[in-house]
Write a protein that binds this ligand. Structure first.
Ligand SMILES: [Fe+2]
Length: 204
Protein backbone atom coordinates (compact mmCIF):
# COMPACT_ATOMS: atom_id res chain seq x y z
CA UNK A 1 0.00 0.00 0.00
CA UNK A 2 1.31 3.45 -0.95
CA UNK A 3 2.26 5.69 1.90
CA UNK A 4 0.31 8.93 2.39
CA UNK A 5 2.49 11.96 1.52
CA UNK A 6 3.70 13.78 4.59
CA UNK A 7 2.42 17.34 4.71
CA UNK A 8 5.01 19.96 5.58
CA UNK A 9 2.39 22.42 6.87
CA UNK A 10 0.03 21.94 9.74
CA UNK A 11 -3.68 22.52 9.05
CA UNK A 12 -4.61 22.50 12.70
CA UNK A 13 -6.46 25.56 13.98
CA UNK A 14 -4.14 28.20 15.33
CA UNK A 15 -4.17 31.89 16.22
CA UNK A 16 -1.06 32.37 14.11
CA UNK A 17 -1.79 34.41 10.94
CA UNK A 18 -0.35 32.93 7.72
CA UNK A 19 1.73 35.66 6.11
CA UNK A 20 3.20 36.14 2.61
CA UNK A 21 1.05 33.55 0.88
CA UNK A 22 1.24 33.27 -2.90
CA UNK A 23 -0.67 31.41 -5.60
CA UNK A 24 -1.50 31.77 -9.29
CA UNK A 25 -4.45 33.86 -10.52
CA UNK A 26 -7.94 32.48 -10.09
CA UNK A 27 -9.09 34.03 -13.35
CA UNK A 28 -7.16 35.78 -16.10
CA UNK A 29 -7.94 39.34 -17.20
CA UNK A 30 -9.95 39.42 -20.42
CA UNK A 31 -11.93 36.27 -19.64
CA UNK A 32 -15.41 35.62 -18.30
CA UNK A 33 -16.62 32.67 -16.28
CA UNK A 34 -18.26 29.98 -18.43
CA UNK A 35 -21.64 30.24 -16.86
CA UNK A 36 -23.46 32.78 -14.78
CA UNK A 37 -27.16 32.50 -13.93
CA UNK A 38 -28.04 35.75 -15.69
CA UNK A 39 -29.61 34.46 -18.90
CA UNK A 40 -26.86 36.18 -20.88
CA UNK A 41 -24.65 34.23 -23.31
CA UNK A 42 -20.94 33.92 -22.58
CA UNK A 43 -20.13 35.69 -25.87
CA UNK A 44 -22.32 38.65 -24.90
CA UNK A 45 -20.71 38.89 -21.46
CA UNK A 46 -17.26 38.69 -23.04
CA UNK A 47 -17.95 41.54 -25.48
CA UNK A 48 -19.68 43.69 -22.87
CA UNK A 49 -16.96 43.26 -20.25
CA UNK A 50 -14.28 44.18 -22.80
CA UNK A 51 -16.18 47.33 -23.75
CA UNK A 52 -16.91 48.15 -20.12
CA UNK A 53 -13.23 47.85 -19.23
CA UNK A 54 -12.46 50.48 -21.86
CA UNK A 55 -15.17 52.68 -20.35
CA UNK A 56 -13.77 52.00 -16.88
CA UNK A 57 -10.20 52.93 -17.83
CA UNK A 58 -11.38 56.17 -19.45
CA UNK A 59 -13.65 57.02 -16.51
CA UNK A 60 -10.81 56.42 -14.02
CA UNK A 61 -8.62 58.72 -16.07
CA UNK A 62 -11.29 61.44 -16.15
CA UNK A 63 -11.80 61.03 -12.40
CA UNK A 64 -8.07 61.56 -11.81
CA UNK A 65 -8.00 64.49 -14.22
CA UNK A 66 -10.66 66.15 -12.06
CA UNK A 67 -8.56 65.65 -8.91
CA UNK A 68 -5.48 67.02 -10.66
CA UNK A 69 -7.54 70.05 -11.74
CA UNK A 70 -8.99 70.43 -8.23
CA UNK A 71 -5.50 70.64 -6.74
CA UNK A 72 -3.78 72.70 -9.41
CA UNK A 73 -6.45 75.27 -10.37
CA UNK A 74 -5.48 78.94 -9.98
CA UNK A 75 -6.78 82.44 -10.63
CA UNK A 76 -9.93 84.48 -10.00
CA UNK A 77 -12.24 81.48 -10.29
CA UNK A 78 -10.09 79.33 -8.02
CA UNK A 79 -12.67 78.78 -5.29
CA UNK A 80 -15.67 77.86 -7.43
CA UNK A 81 -13.66 75.61 -9.74
CA UNK A 82 -11.81 74.01 -6.82
CA UNK A 83 -15.22 72.97 -5.42
CA UNK A 84 -16.78 72.05 -8.76
CA UNK A 85 -13.84 69.88 -9.81
CA UNK A 86 -14.00 67.95 -6.55
CA UNK A 87 -17.77 67.43 -6.89
CA UNK A 88 -17.24 66.00 -10.37
CA UNK A 89 -14.37 63.87 -9.04
CA UNK A 90 -16.70 62.34 -6.44
CA UNK A 91 -19.38 61.66 -9.04
CA UNK A 92 -16.87 60.04 -11.40
CA UNK A 93 -15.57 57.92 -8.49
CA UNK A 94 -19.07 56.55 -7.99
CA UNK A 95 -19.30 55.74 -11.69
CA UNK A 96 -15.95 53.92 -11.51
CA UNK A 97 -17.35 51.66 -8.80
CA UNK A 98 -20.61 51.10 -10.69
CA UNK A 99 -18.80 50.13 -13.91
CA UNK A 100 -16.20 47.99 -12.11
CA UNK A 101 -18.85 46.03 -10.25
CA UNK A 102 -20.94 45.51 -13.40
CA UNK A 103 -17.90 43.90 -15.08
CA UNK A 104 -17.49 41.54 -12.12
CA UNK A 105 -21.17 40.62 -11.98
CA UNK A 106 -21.05 39.73 -15.68
CA UNK A 107 -18.32 37.23 -14.81
CA UNK A 108 -15.41 39.35 -16.03
CA UNK A 109 -12.39 41.01 -14.45
CA UNK A 110 -12.32 44.76 -13.86
CA UNK A 111 -9.17 46.67 -14.66
CA UNK A 112 -7.97 48.28 -11.44
CA UNK A 113 -4.38 49.45 -11.14
CA UNK A 114 -3.09 52.82 -12.38
CA UNK A 115 -0.38 51.38 -14.63
CA UNK A 116 -2.88 49.08 -16.38
CA UNK A 117 -5.39 51.91 -16.70
CA UNK A 118 -2.71 54.15 -18.25
CA UNK A 119 -2.05 51.49 -20.91
CA UNK A 120 -5.72 51.09 -21.80
CA UNK A 121 -7.19 54.59 -21.66
CA UNK A 122 -7.78 56.60 -24.82
CA UNK A 123 -7.59 59.93 -22.98
CA UNK A 124 -4.27 61.69 -23.66
CA UNK A 125 -1.88 61.95 -20.71
CA UNK A 126 -1.68 65.51 -19.36
CA UNK A 127 1.63 67.08 -18.26
CA UNK A 128 2.54 66.74 -14.58
CA UNK A 129 2.72 70.51 -14.16
CA UNK A 130 0.05 73.17 -13.69
CA UNK A 131 -1.89 74.49 -16.68
CA UNK A 132 -4.04 77.61 -17.19
CA UNK A 133 -7.75 77.36 -16.37
CA UNK A 134 -8.96 77.44 -20.02
CA UNK A 135 -6.54 74.62 -20.83
CA UNK A 136 -7.68 72.60 -17.81
CA UNK A 137 -11.31 73.06 -18.86
CA UNK A 138 -10.62 72.13 -22.49
CA UNK A 139 -8.73 69.03 -21.41
CA UNK A 140 -11.64 67.93 -19.22
CA UNK A 141 -14.17 68.52 -22.01
CA UNK A 142 -12.06 66.56 -24.50
CA UNK A 143 -11.93 63.65 -22.04
CA UNK A 144 -15.69 63.84 -21.56
CA UNK A 145 -16.20 63.65 -25.32
CA UNK A 146 -14.18 60.42 -25.56
CA UNK A 147 -16.45 58.88 -22.93
CA UNK A 148 -19.75 60.28 -24.22
CA UNK A 149 -19.27 59.00 -27.76
CA UNK A 150 -18.23 55.59 -26.42
CA UNK A 151 -21.32 55.55 -24.18
CA UNK A 152 -23.64 56.04 -27.15
CA UNK A 153 -21.98 53.26 -29.18
CA UNK A 154 -21.87 50.92 -26.20
CA UNK A 155 -25.49 51.54 -25.20
CA UNK A 156 -26.66 50.76 -28.71
CA UNK A 157 -24.60 47.57 -28.86
CA UNK A 158 -25.79 46.44 -25.41
CA UNK A 159 -29.37 47.03 -26.50
CA UNK A 160 -28.82 44.96 -29.65
CA UNK A 161 -27.28 42.08 -27.66
CA UNK A 162 -30.08 42.11 -25.08
CA UNK A 163 -27.87 43.28 -22.20
CA UNK A 164 -30.44 45.71 -20.79
CA UNK A 165 -28.59 46.15 -17.49
CA UNK A 166 -25.46 47.42 -19.24
CA UNK A 167 -27.53 49.60 -21.55
CA UNK A 168 -29.36 51.17 -18.59
CA UNK A 169 -26.19 51.75 -16.55
CA UNK A 170 -24.34 53.31 -19.48
CA UNK A 171 -27.24 55.67 -20.32
CA UNK A 172 -28.72 56.44 -16.90
CA UNK A 173 -25.47 56.69 -14.96
CA UNK A 174 -22.42 57.32 -17.14
CA UNK A 175 -23.94 59.23 -20.05
CA UNK A 176 -26.30 61.44 -18.05
CA UNK A 177 -23.70 62.30 -15.40
CA UNK A 178 -21.19 63.12 -18.12
CA UNK A 179 -23.62 65.32 -20.04
CA UNK A 180 -24.46 67.31 -16.92
CA UNK A 181 -20.79 67.77 -16.02
CA UNK A 182 -20.04 68.93 -19.57
CA UNK A 183 -22.65 71.67 -19.20
CA UNK A 184 -21.21 72.90 -15.89
CA UNK A 185 -17.65 72.93 -17.23
CA UNK A 186 -18.54 74.47 -20.62
CA UNK A 187 -20.27 77.48 -19.10
CA UNK A 188 -16.92 78.52 -17.63
CA UNK A 189 -15.57 78.98 -21.15
CA UNK A 190 -18.12 81.63 -22.13
CA UNK A 191 -16.61 85.09 -22.49
CA UNK A 192 -19.23 86.99 -20.46
CA UNK A 193 -18.71 90.43 -18.91
CA UNK A 194 -18.04 90.24 -15.18
CA UNK A 195 -18.46 93.88 -14.17
CA UNK A 196 -19.35 96.07 -17.13
CA UNK A 197 -22.03 95.17 -19.71
CA UNK A 198 -20.94 95.13 -23.34
CA UNK A 199 -22.95 98.18 -24.48
CA UNK A 200 -21.60 97.94 -28.04
CA UNK A 201 -23.31 94.62 -28.70
CA UNK A 202 -26.49 95.14 -30.74
CA UNK A 203 -29.68 93.99 -29.10
CA UNK A 204 -31.91 91.79 -31.23
FE1 LIG B 1 -9.52 68.58 -1.70
Amino acid sequence: MAKKPVSTTSHKSSAQPHFSQKAGELQAFGTVTNTMPLQLEESVRLEMTEQLNQLLADTMTLRDLYKKSHWQVSGATFYQLHLLFDKHYEEQSELVDTIGERIQLLGGISIAMAADVAELTRIPRPPKGREEVPVQLSRLLDAHQVILSHCRELAERADKLGDDGTNDMVVSDVLRTGELQVWFVSEHLVEAPLVEADSERQSA
